[in-house]
Design a protein around this ligand. Sequence first.
Ligand SMILES: CC(C)(COP(=O)(O)OP(=O)(O)OC[C@H]1O[C@@H](n2cnc3c(N)ncnc32)[C@H](O)[C@@H]1OP(=O)(O)O)[C@@H](O)C(=O)NCCC(=O)NCCS
Length: 228
Amino acid sequence: MPGLEHLPYAEVWFHAVDDEAWAEASAAARELGKPGLEAWTTTATPEVVEFLVARGYEEVRRYRISELDVAAAPDPGPPAFSLSTFAERPDLADALYALARVAYGDQPGRAGSRIDEAWVDWGLRASEPEGSLIGLEDGRVVAYGSIERKDDGLWWHGFLAVAREHRGRGLAGAIKRAQIAWAKANGVPQLRTATELRLEGMRALNRRLGYTPLYDEIVLRGPGHPAS
Ligand SMILES: CC(C)(COP(=O)(O)OP(=O)(O)OC[C@H]1O[C@@H](n2cnc3c(N)ncnc32)[C@H](O)[C@@H]1OP(=O)(O)O)[C@@H](O)C(=O)NCCC(=O)NCCS
């Protein structure tokens, strides 16, 4: 998970209960100097959660994956704030990086995240520049929300951040609505979003905008396999 690489956990996905895969992942993690694992699974495989919890793992984050049928979604209307795109304002990369550095660690369960300048490439420039929106007030960056097409061809809302002193004013909602409008105008069939369960306001907003929950991604942390 970007920003958490310094923690003593290596990240691994488990789609089935598999003691051998756990041992292999744990051995590989130890070679990287990581005694523990950050294990990802979904609500489609509750037996994986049970297996890991029985071995000392604890849930640390949970992301609700929801999807919007873009064509069927109601028109979100004009955004309540004026927004620019990264395509229009590539000169704002440094200010967006400064916002991301603070907001990364403010995400639920991700305190202590550290990102460096490389984020500008893998986070900012890798996103769709026309659909990645920037909130500006008095010429200063106050919000940013990205959109990206992943390798499987699906479109996702990416990182969303509002400057601490501007939260709770509707900026995130304005960005999400403008992204839906962009998706409609560009023939994007579906938009997916991953929302940590503690972000109740964003989950309520997703429901209001018409996103349908598909499944949850569950993140657990715990020790490596004792035999690794
Ligand atoms: C999460 C974050 C982006 C929200 O930004 P924000 O600008 O404070 O959010 P908004 O003010 O637009 O609120 C979002 C929506 O939730 C609604 N809302 C807020 N609290 C609510 C609650 N308790 N119940 C129901 N709705 C709520 C708001 O009314 C708004 O909906 P609207 O647009 O229809 O009015 C911001 O807190 C942040 O940057 N956090 C750190 C980074 C992060 O966690 N990013 C998200 C994961 S990528």
